[in-house]
Write a protein that binds this ligand. Structure first.
Ligand SMILES: Nc1nc2c(ncn2[C@@H]2O[C@H](COP(=O)(O)OP(=O)(O)O)[C@@H](O)[C@H]2O)c(=O)[nH]1
Ligand SMILES: [Mg+2]
Length: 322
């Protein structure tokens, strides 16, 4: 059974989570799967033009040129080997290949592994406007719901209003927050945050950072200083460093991922605004280029609009839907 049929069967009895994925990915699905359908109706049998159009659809879904070339080559080869000429069967091969390409890169379990008896710390990085602060609030909401004691640390002291924005979220979520004066050294706020975390026995500490675009050397210095301070106070922390990528920025997001991956060790990516893009293929491109797993995805602006990334639900949302 091909993956498309498998996903259809798996999600036939719809649960609420799949619905949310599916809804948020409607634009991406329209741009990808509807066009695939149209393509397979226009061609009775595959040929070079067909593959060129297929390549175009993948590129316009932001799957990324390198990965598109790999996928097309493999699908082409397999179709030759197995003498497949029906475009609909090619669509099956394509989706299978997308799944395998993602999964073969390693672990697809995305929940945070909490350390017991001490705070688990996540550092959140990314350029301005991508959805860092909102994602932090969503993560806090998620783990407060799971019974964790969450502490927010507002180490984005660069942008006016950033501390205020996180404070508003903390109040709404009913969780504690550590802030510094504006223009305070982010590392000193991080230090205060770790003290507080130990004092209140927090389970999960989420540290917001500034997203200014600066030189690589400065960024590297700032992030490693924050990490050093955190690590000195709490053994093994930060356990997570999440990079936030805005799905609506397209391949620019891949460029950002590259810049951050070069200066700091990332443990995961959170892709935001999946609901606002028609180019959901970016998730595959990020995985392919950096081998950093996409851990969570943002499906809207509300507190509960964050989902653990799930490859099956994602491919269902992109390729099948309702
Ligand atoms: N539609 C949508 N909007 C989002 C999502 N995540 C964040 N945003 C919006 O993006 C804007 C910037 O978010 P913010 O958290 O302030 O970004 P930051 O500068 O990286 O901290 C805000 O208007 C958020 O509501 C998402 O998953 N979906
Ligand atoms: Mg922010």
């Amino acid at each position: 059974m091909g993956l498309i049929s498998f996903l259809k069967e798996k999600f036939a009895k719809k649960d609420k989570n799949v619905d949310k994925y599916s809804q948020a990915m409607a634009k991406s699905r329209h741009n990808f799967s509807n066009r695939l359908d149209l393509l397979s109706h226009r061609y009775k049998t595959i040929n070079q033009d067909y593959f060129e159009e297929l390549e175009q659809i993948l590129i316009e879904s932001d799957v990324g040129v390198n990965l598109v070339i790999k996928i097309i080559d493999e699908v082409l080869e397999k179709s030759r080997k197995e003498k497949i000429t029906d475009p609909k069967a090619i669509n099956e091969l394509l989706v299978d290949r997308m799944f395998v390409g993602y999964a073969e890169k390693g672990d697809i379990k995305n929940e945070i592994a909490f350390v017991s008896g001490q705070p688990t710390v996540a550092l959140v990085v990314g350029v301005n406007g991508v959805g860092k602060t909102t994602s932090i609030a969503k993560l806090a909401y998620r783990y407060i719901h799971q019974g964790k004691k969450v502490l927010l640390v507002a180490a984005d002291t660069f942008r006016a209003g950033a501390v205020e924005q996180l404070s508003v979220w903390a109040k709404r979520l009913g969780c504690e927050i550590v802030t510094g004066s504006s223009e305070a050294d982010p590392a000193s706020v991080a230090y205060d945050g770790m003290q507080k975390a130990k004092e209140i026995h927090a389970d999960f500490v989420i540290v917001d950072t500034a997203g200014r675009l600066q030189t690589k050397a400065n960024l590297m210095m700032e992030l490693s200083k924050i990490k050093r301070v955190i690590n000195k106070e709490i053994n093994g922390a930060p356990q997570e460093t999440f990079l936030i990528i805005d799905a609506t920025t397209g391949q620019n997001g891949v460029v950002q991922a590259k810049a951050f991956a070069e200066v700091t060790n990332l443990t995961g990516v959170i892709v935001t605004k999946m609901d606002g893009t028609s180019k959901g293929g970016i998730i595959l491109a990020i995985r392919d280029e950096f081998n950093v797993p996409v851990r969570f995805i943002g499906l809207g602006e509300k507190m509960d609009d964050l989902a653990e990334f799930d490859l099956d639900k994602y491919l269902y949302g992109l390729c099948v839907g309702e």
